[in-house]
Design a protein around this ligand. Structure first.
Ligand SMILES: [Zn+2]
Length: 268
């Protein structure tokens, strides 16, 4: 389960497809058989010294893969260009105009529903996506009221079934990273001693623009983190949360759509 190298995946066994790799005939067949689309929503943002800047999208994509292994369906390319958050002053962070992000979101989601997908699961790896989704998706759900639209972060989608709080690059996110893509996490990089070259133009942001709860001291191993110390993270902790989350979401999809014959898990 920890092996996330796509080249190592058994493409026959995985039960789901990459949207962009399919031909029209294949898509038409898939929509007949397993009309489920997953869309991982990410962002490029500083995630501490130990995690990749694409952490949020990578987390969302890997979570979609685990659920899709149970349900079948397609996974769209990660939507990397999200908006909003407390790390806009950090190097390597790209926040987009929320209106541009919302336009891509609503246009694409509507098209997927028009093309016949019956279940649309939008998994956001970055928490500020939640507000955008809550604002723009309810009208679409009303328009397509015979479809199942699910959206949120691993925290809101898991809810009472998982009971895990969110953080930023701290214990929870790092645990999920260690479970989902350990080859991209380097706990040994959580070391002290870096300086102001960590900031764009070598200057730290003024106090008043510092998001509360985020570590703004580059010399601190916990720089950019918000939450419990990432050095206390573990793959086991990540796997525990993931197992609950995947079970919860796969069972919702199965309850809505019977599993295809010879396909993924039986309902329930
Ligand atoms: Zn994150």
């Amino acid at each position: 389960m920890a092996d996330t190298d796509p080249a190592a995946e058994d493409l026959q066994q995985r039960g789901w497809k990459r949207y962009e790799e399919l031909r029209p005939d294949e898509l038409a067949e898939l929509v007949q058989r397993t009309p489920v689309a997953f869309w991982p929503l990410g962002l490029i943002e500083h995630h501490g010294w130990h995690l990749p800047v694409g952490y949020d999208g990578l987390k969302a994509e890997q979570l979609c893969r685990r659920i899709a292994t149970r349900t079948g369906g397609v996974i769209l390319p990660v939507m990397w260009w999200g908006a909003g958050g407390g790390h806009d002053r950090f190097l390597w962070t790209h926040y987009q105009d929320p209106a541009a992000t919302a336009a891509v979101l609503t246009t694409t989601a509507r098209q997927l529903l028009q093309f016949g997908f019956r279940v649309l699961l939008l998994v956001a790896g970055h928490y500020p996506w939640q507000g955008l989704l809550d604002e723009h998706l309810p009208p679409l759900q009303r328009e397509f009221d015979d479809r199942l639209l699910l959206w949120g972060t691993e925290v809101s989608l898991g809810g009472d079934a998982v009971k895990r709080a969110g953080d930023h690059a701290a214990r929870e996110e790092t645990s999920y990273g260690l479970a989902l893509f350990p080859h991209l996490v380097k706990q040994g990089a959580l070391s002290p001693g870096r300086g102001d070259s960590a900031w764009p133009a070598g200057r730290p942001p003024p106090e008043e623009s510092r998001h509360p709860g985020v570590c703004f001291e580059p010399a601190d191993p916990l720089f950019a983190q918000m939450g419990a110390d990432a050095r206390t993270a573990s793959a086991e902790r990540g796997e525990e949360g993931l197992a609950l989350l995947v079970e919860h979401l796969a069972s919702i999809v199965h309850a809505y759509l019977p599993a295809p014959e010879g396909g993924a898990d039986p309902p329930g």
